[in-house]
Design a protein. Structure first.
Ligand SMILES: *Cc1c(COP(=O)(O)O)cnc(C)c1O
Length: 455
């Protein structure tokens, strides 16, 4: 029998996270103060994040120790399995070998608890009583609710209104773990009230929800804010994924030629890909790492590299990133976790330096890919995960055409068991190809008056 599932022992959970900044040939440019346009230091983040996380945000240490209590919590679902996708290989009749790392086995069903647990842990260490956050598809909100519940911290979640309406079970999960959940834009914050005044029917967006959660945290002393993607410390925590995957592939006697992950703000992509990029930079390997984004929110493939805000209202520092403009509101596609206007700073620099690649996939194509995967492998993927699957299928088909056998690894970052409305829409023909015109992108970017970055 060919081994399908490659497992590690609990004792093999990595003891350190990997910080790619230590190895980057060009370090990320500094964040700027939006008023003075001068670089800002880490203390500007102090109202929002605990000290330990700010330290991780700016550290250049290559390895960061994972606290014992965090590793112990990780052991609820980690190490996660690595699968050889025999079923999908057969369905595609491809000479490629396909593997996937499955992060859907966590309590909330995605990779998000990999960072929610350490974030709640460090907040607890510094005496924080309440954490505010935003959530798109509901994945991050549920992960943080689970983590806060464990550490006895109150969790307040601003959930993008479109998802709040589409995904009542995600909200109930958060309530089960003791969190309070509000549809965003809400009338609880100035940022939310401003949006509602301009557009009472706003479906919301991650950028808007971030503005609301940040405002709430900035105005209360016992409250901090937590972000589920984009930031350096989030990507750092997620590297547990790739570090485990390398151990598992070594067990299988294999190494990937291509590593693929879906891309929202970059955390699960970073999590899987950065440990493999280390092998490129340190050992001269030549592993292609591809980020898969939606064609209707294509910041990596069609955005610009310049300074922009991380949120819609413009409350964050200015960050050097690939962006579609901070008030770009993506079409209401079901992959809520990928409806974000920008990309994290590290990933943006890596793309600019051509150390990683990006591909965009249409909304209809990704559901075709997801259904094909579910029928071949059994697991029903989250709509976000379907983007990575679409890239993996495209690369496997290329192998067939070229008659080459490559080894492909992708991140199955979450299951879709709470996303059945999306699949129902697909089966009833309600999901259409969506064409984002160049004029729409240009209009959004033309509204930016943030600093340009010379080539
Ligand atoms: C949040 C989420 C994403 C997008 O966020 P990244 O930071 O880019 O990983 C993708 N897939 C799932 C299942 C998610 O929950």
């Amino acid at each position: 029998m060919n081994t399908r599932k490659i497992l590690l022992e609990e004792s093999e959970i990595p003891e350190n996270w990997y910080n790619i900044i230590a190895d980057m040939p060009n370090k990320p440019l500094p964040p700027l103060h939006p008023g003075t346009l001068q670089p800002i230091g880490p203390d500007a983040l102090a109202p929002l994040f605990p000290e330990a996380l700010i330290k991780q945000e700016v550290t250049s240490d290559k390895w960061v120790a994972i606290p014992d209590e965090v590793r112990h919590m990780y052991s609820i679902w980690r190490p996660t399995p690595l699968y050889r996708a025999y079923g999908l290989e057969k369905a595609l009749d491809t000479p490629a070998k396909i593997y996937y790392k499955y992060e859907g086995v966590s309590p909330s069903g995605s990779h998000k608890p990999n960072t929610a647990i350490p974030q709640a842990y460090y907040n607890k260490q510094e005496g924080i009583k309440r954490i505010t956050t935003e959530t798109g598809a509901g994945q991050w909100g549920s992960a943080l609710s689970f983590a806060c519940q464990h550490f006895g911290i109150k969790c307040e979640v601003y959930m993008v209104k479109l998802s709040y309406q589409d995904k009542p079970y995600r909200k109930m999960m958060m309530n089960t773990w003791g969190a309070d959940v509000y549809p965003s834009p809400s009338d609880r914050t100035q940022a939310g009230r401003n949006i509602l005044a301009a557009n009472p029917d706003s479906p919301g967006s991650l950028g808007i929800a971030i503005s609301e959660a940040v405002e709430m945290a900035a105005t209360r002393d016992d409250t901090k804010y937590a972000l589920g993607s984009v930031l350096n410390h989030v990507k750092l925590h997620q590297t547990i994924i790739g570090l485990e995957a390398i151990k598992q592939l070594e067990k299988a006697g294999d190494m990937p030629d291509i590593v693929i992950a879906p891309f929202g703000g970059g955390s699960n992509f970073a999590g899987l890909a950065f440990p493999f990029l280390r092998l490129n930079m340190e050992e001269g390997k030549n592993i292609r790492c591809i980020a898969s984004e939606p064609a209707s929110c294509p910041k990596l493939t069609r955005g610009v590299f310049r300074y922009d805000f991380g949120d819609t209202a413009g409350m964050t520092p200015l960050l050097p990133m690939y962006t579609l403009g901070h008030d770009f509101i993506p079409a209401p596609i079901h992959a809520g976790g990928l409806r974000y206007h920008g990309a994290g700073v590290i990933v943006s620099q890596l793309l600019r330096d051509k150390l990683i690649e990006a591909q965009a996939h249409d909304n209809l194509e990704i559901f075709e890919a997801g259904v094909q995967f579910a029928r071949a492998e059994g697991i029903i993927p989250a709509p976000e995960a379907n983007h990575g699957i679409a890239t993996a299928i495209a690369e496997a088909k290329k192998c067939k055409e070229e008659g080459t056998s490559k080894t492909i690894l992708f991140n199955l970052c979450g299951h879709g068991n709470f996303d059945m409305k999306a699949y129902d829409d697909y089966f009833s023909g309600k999901i259409k190809q969506h064409e984002l015109t160049q004029a729409e992108i240009d209009t959004s970017i033309a509204r930016l008056n943030t600093p340009l970055i010379p080539a």
